[in-house]
Design a protein around this ligand. Sequence first.
Ligand code: NAD
Length: 540
Amino acid sequence: MGYEPGAHAVPGPLDPEVDAAATYLLEPEETAPLLARIVTSHEEGTRRVVAPATGHVLVDLPLSGPDDVTRAVDRARDAQVAWAATDVRERAAVLLRLHDHVLDHQSEVLDLIQRESGKSRASAFEEVADVAQVARHYGRRAAAYLEPRTVRGMLPLLTRTTVARLPVGVVGVISPWNYPLTLALADVLPALVAGNAVVLKPDPQTTLTALWAAAALEEAGLPDDVLQVVAGGGEVGAALVDEVDHIAFTGSTATGRVIASRAGERLIGATLELGGKNPLYVAADADLEVAALGAVRACFSNSGQLCMSIERLVLHEDVAEEFLELFLARVLALRLSPALDYTADVGSLTSSAQLARVETHVHDAIARGARILAGGVHRTDVGPLFYSPTVLADVPPHALCAQEETFGPVVSVVLVSSDDEAVTVMNETEHGLNASIWSRDTRRARALAARVRAGTVNVNDGYAAAWGSVAAPMGGFGASGQGRRHGREGIEACTEAQTVSVQRGVMSGASLDELFALPDGQGQRLLTGGLRLLRTLRLR
Ligand code: NAD
């Protein structure tokens, strides 16, 4: 590869104006009303939550225990009956009011998201916009999605068959720390509007944001007890899986497998949105300026802590050098800062475990012969968990970051000599969540997309176009998950299909029982003729 920037070129000046202590501290009067929403007997103690971007203590989070989970599910189960009996339009109206509330109070929740997760404000705003989109979509479309549909019955004209979607009952939602507002609500909203009650267990690092969302839903008119929040780590999540009628989980593939296995034993449904090792292909005919801009966002939004984030840049060799020059210039211009405003491009990592994972992946790649084109530095000068956006070249296939999800601001570059080779490289992973293709020829890009094993493929965009198309299903192939969120699939996932068939012709000689009761095989002969007729008439 020809392009050689300084090996230690590092993006991001610190904004010296940020008074982190003043802006990050949360007053007890701000947190107390939120914490009061946690279902807890206060027997499990508390967990100290620290702001990742600055290290300031935010809150001591009261934890729930297994008995609290049982209590939360029982309360939800009681409340669900009246909620399911409420007209679907009334349930949908709650979502539409939530839409307005989140937009109107965005600065409040943006501050909270940034404090708990360490992300930049621009990444936090993606969550506000997303929740508005999902709330509006299900607010407007839920009634149509849930409307019973009539299908062809067994006997034309005589059998009237309808399919209804009934709520499963109580849905459990286990959400992670990387998108604390979006991922707390993405599965909660369709579950609620379908007539379910929900018990939400957010990640302990970002529980305040989830509690803010619960308060916002109450403000929007959600009746008491229909949404319960329990607090804690994996043990609380596991207890929840044991009690609910459907589980929706977002997080690691390893935990997803454990949850799927338990859900299988209990014979409950599980929707699992897990990790990715997502590729972005720049074809030889791509608009390189636009692709470089899009690739920076796709790789480093939310400091790469995004399941759809790009971790592999697949470049056609004819344009690789020119693309990298444009891309690296943009990467090196990224500003890192904990500011609670829009001045920063990139925020902090969310935990020391994430920082350790990122550093392990980068050091391992370098030890195996990879080269750093940008970044590769723990930016303690900006905050305790900041890591510079990092671009690696010559990463051998057996390196950790070539195989496993890094979930951080690290991307490796791979060169290919054709579209066919690009497809092969893009599919060289057990994951299959998201992919991105950049080409001026969108017809060709669509044809390539059909050969990529990924649940979403974005053409001339990194991830937001498919994620934000909330009427379309979103989820993963292979180790990236099971089931889909968004659109019709997302609401059907937390319902049971019920088929009701009404047989006409009773007492008129044409009921099924009367037909089967005819002597000497007459009924069977009639049915045989009828089946032949249906085939001739091409009825389905
Ligand atoms: P995790 O999967 O362990 O945790 C995610 C959520 O699951 C948390 O709320 C956690 O409390 C809960 N949980 C953990 N064990 C559980 C169990 N046995 N039963 C029920 N719930 C359980 O993820 P993590 O430790 O926070 O992060 C590790 C890695 O996971 C990251 O490095 C990243 O690769 C991946 N991740 C992916 C996403 C995503 O959006 N797909 C989100 C977060 C993390």
